[in-house]
Design a protein around this ligand. Sequence first.
Ligand SMILES: Cc1cc2nc3c(=O)[nH]c(=O)nc-3n(C[C@H](O)[C@H](O)[C@H](O)COP(=O)(O)OP(=O)(O)OC[C@H]3O[C@@H](n4cnc5c(N)ncnc54)[C@H](O)[C@@H]3O)c2cc1C
Length: 451
Amino acid sequence: MSTDCYNVIIVGAGPAGIFSACFLAEQGLDRVLILDQGNDIYQRRREQGHDLLCGWGGAGAFSDGKLTFSREVGGFLSEFIPGEELDRLFEQVDRVYLENGASPQLFGTSSEAMVELETDAKLAGMQFIPARIRHMGTENCADILKQIREFLRERVKVRTSTRVEHILVENGTVKGVQLANGEKLTCRGLIVAPGRIGAQWMRSEARRLKLRSRPNPVDIGVRVEAPAAVLTRLTDVAYESKLIYYSHTFDDRVRTFCMNPFGEVVTEEVNGLITVNGHSYFHKRTENTNFAVLVSSNFTEPFNDPIGYGRYIAQLANLLGKGVIIQRLGDLIAGRRSTPKRLAKCITRPTLAGATPGDLSFVLPYRHLKDIIEMLEAMDRLTPGIFSRHTLIYGIEVKFYSNRLQLTDSLESEVENLFIIGDGAGITRGLLQASASGLVAGKAVIERLKT
Ligand SMILES: Cc1cc2nc3c(=O)[nH]c(=O)nc-3n(C[C@H](O)[C@H](O)[C@H](O)COP(=O)(O)OP(=O)(O)OC[C@H]3O[C@@H](n4cnc5c(N)ncnc54)[C@H](O)[C@@H]3O)c2cc1C
């Protein structure tokens, strides 16, 4: 084993890991090491598969950069941290993003307009979750992360293109990590922040170390794209609207997710599967707005593998469409596939080139399709024009969440001095909460090192 013993090793340089590092650096802790399997921020390229989610900044580097100030959105930290303390952590995180170049503009601050949206959503049969939102923008996220990287340059050691294979534990206490090249590194405290891209790895390590966990539901659905004017009622006031609908037929929870005003639809490749996502720039505008409509699915017995189920559906879309399928809503309702000829007549011009015109009813189960159609009908009462035959739907969008690990309130696992945070721990799902979880673990590990 290497004689180098670090005070703290952090696995994963996404927002969760970075905010832990920032906290430890501010406290003046030395011998802190961050490891990430991907490239450093200066080498990351948005168009390249692995680079999109791995490396300095993690999935946050090319994200839309929306910070959603809500205890109810983007994770479950409110189950670990009392409400007001969590709000203070959000402010602390926000300050760091602001100091490093995030726009000072906040959406969702007009309480009158938000109350009006809430009321009108209720009349349309939906719940609207009001939240303030800061939009950093896809083109700015990487620059903000570069600034944070520079702040940490002399304060923590960073090793990129370095994959961790195993977490090393002795007698119930963490001892370090073993890298993919066999090298072993020791530490007093280990913070693991592997994100969604590391979910499978985390799952197998948790199994090996006998850490208890429970599955999170899988969210399956489509990305919807419409002319931006159709949604400005929502996006001008709230930027992104979190709407929740309980479907009439199945009583399922259906929700909008990741709304991107004047944004772009993009593909995402995770572990060999091509799915769809969306983002928006701060300055550059397209003529469309996109958002996801997702249905949460949970299972009990004899099958309890939501990730496996989601992968199966995504594989089916990839099999039929050789990637992402695009369809006009009008074609879906009429029971026919979209073809290049039919798409050419669509007044919504797709922002994603290369999706295959097809038929999503061959991919999505009746339950999911019905839920999605019902939600779009309900939304049409709030934003007339969304349930139009010219609305585009892309499939499929799937959100695999990591299993939720058994953690203490300071996010320590059942192994002493091993803290597991961010999306990879199954406790967060967005930038703000992932970053805040980094602060929680940073504080806890400092306390622990004092003892
Ligand atoms: C296209 C897109 C748009 C998004 N837009 C938004 C948005 O607008 N607002 C919002 O709140 N959220 C958004 N998100 C989600 C947000 O990016 C994530 O919630 C957040 O990045 C999670 O942070 P994290 O640190 O937990 O994990 P990640 O950011 O996923 O980082 C994990 C890191 O760990 C590394 N890693 C994993 N396993 C290992 C290993 N074994 N060894 C070494 N390194 C490892 C990975 O390479 C990765 O760099 C978006 C995500 C995507 C993909």
